[in-house]
Design a protein around this ligand. Structure first.
Ligand SMILES: [Zn+2]
Length: 428
């Protein structure tokens, strides 16, 4: 069941917002981190017991008339964030030895007025940079005094990978295949569990920010389990952002969050290892539109035109190895039989051509590179009505649950990479 009080139609967005589950407290005045705040104004708190306890004022406050809509303080990571304030906290999974743990920054903007808790997570894959900048722009342009509800942003979930420009954790496992995690599992599984309990459980809705993987690039797009009504409602708030039906691989943060009753989507934009402003700007606009549609920001941020387009999609693969050169751009509409790209054997000079197998739109593609036979090269989406996609997703889910068989479509992100330990060990 959705904990987010959403009642969104496909076209219009009529909203009922649930209060966030926070507790009242006599919070002291805390440093403000507005858009103009300096770095030294930031308060850092951690979830460790040694974190500095909150000081209480010995002076009795003067009785004051209550504000018209008092928001309670928001409690997360052993810290109470007062209404109308932004704080920088930190989460640590305690995966190292004393003094060597990485404190992962968690930014919390707690609105002056009550509303839903929206979480933004980026760089679970440490080489995916566009989302980091999206989180920064959204967080630091949000005035908590004008915000309804709470915005939680984790710009770099996988600090270990980020520091090495790697998609993976230090042990070469993919953190985004281990949620919600186990206390007694692998290192990745324990990190996932800590993050899920400490941060994700606080969210009423979650947007996980990604890019294409392994030298591929994606048109800005949502990946969503459209068999879940709460997720469907969420997808309609992002303005002109394409939506792909995709339940999500087991162990992804998105799927674990949906299973825990938190409507969640993945927002894909661009390619790894690069900061692409056009993609970042699309993402920021889409997220602010969502916040507006959730009632968190004023209506001026809504991006209602054009409406999102819903797609079913599949990958077109290269049947020969060689140098792949694309002849289509992201977003291009193609007809069945259109040339998508060429693959040329650099030794024999034999060239093969890759054609569009059906009419559709190029939602993702491989960058020009050397490929092996079977390489997923072009992601082509076919437009569908949201009702069609949702009903097919529900049928597939029902077939899954009753043990029925269906074709399993493996996305490029699930393909093993050379030296990927997980593909050898199958740890979970
Ligand atoms: Zn990713």
């Amino acid at each position: 069941m959705s904990r987010l009080g959403l009642a969104l139609g496909w076209k219009g967005l009529g909203l009922v917002i649930l209060m966030c589950g926070s507790t009242l407290s006599g919070a002291d005045e805390l440093p403000e981190l507005g858009p103009e705040a300096q770095a030294e104004d930031v308060t850092v708190a951690t979830e460790t017991p040694e974190a500095a306890p909150e000081e209480t004022s010995p002076v009795e406050p003067l009785p004051q008339a209550p504000p018209p809509e008092p928001a309670a303080a928001f409690r997360i990571l052993d810290t109470e964030v007062p209404p109308g304030k932004t704080m920088r906290l930190s989460w640590s999974a305690s995966q190292n030895f004393a003094g060597m743990d990485l404190d992962t920054p968690v930014l919390v903007a707690h609105g002056a007025k009550p509303g839903p808790v929206l979480c933004l997570t980026a760089a679970i894959h440490g080489d995916e940079l566009n989302g980091i900048e999206m989180v920064r722009r959204v967080l630091y342009s949000t005035d908590p005094q004008k915000l309804r509800g709470t915005l939680i942003g984790v710009p770099i979930v996988n600090l270990h990978g980020f520091q090495r420009s790697s998609r993976y954790l230090a042990d070469r496992r993919d953190l985004n295949r281990h949620f919600p995690g186990h206390n007694d599992g692998s290192s990745a599984s324990r990190i996932a569990r800590s993050f899920f309990r400490s941060v994700v459980r606080n969210c009423h809705a979650l947007v996980d920010l990604h890019t294409g993987s392994f030298h591929r690039t994606n048109l800005p797009q949502l990946r969503a389990d459209l068999s879940d009504p709460g997720v469907v409602a969420l997808t309609s708030g992002f303005g002109a952002t394409s939506v792909l039906e995709d339940k999500g691989a087991a162990g992804t943060l998105r799927r674990a969050a949906v299973d825990a009753g938190i409507p969640s989507v993945t927002l894909e934009a661009g390619e790894p290892m690069r900061l692409q402003l056009e993609q970042v700007e699309h993402g920021v606009k889409a997220i602010q539109s969502l916040m507006s549609n959730l009632g968190m920001l004023k209506k001026g941020f809504q991006w209602n035109d054009p409406q999102p387009v819903y797609y079913e999609s599949s990958w077109v693969r290269a049947n020969r190895g060689g140098i792949l050169l694309s002849t289509v751009k992201l977003g291009t509409s193609v007809k069945k039989g259109d040339l998508l790209g060429t693959v040329t054997d650099p030794i024999t000079n034999v060239q093969s051509l890759i054609y569009a197998p059906y009419n559709g739109r190029v939602l993702g593609r491989a960058l020009n590179q050397v490929v092996m036979p079977g390489f997923a090269a072009f992601h082509i989406g076919v437009e569908r009505s949201p009702e069609e996609v949702a009903s097919e997703a529900s049928e597939e889910k029902a077939a899954d649950e009753s043990g029925g068989q269906r074709d399993v479509v493996i996305s490029p992100e699930d393909e093993a990479v050379e030296g990927d330990i997980e593909s050898i060990e199958h740890p979970e």
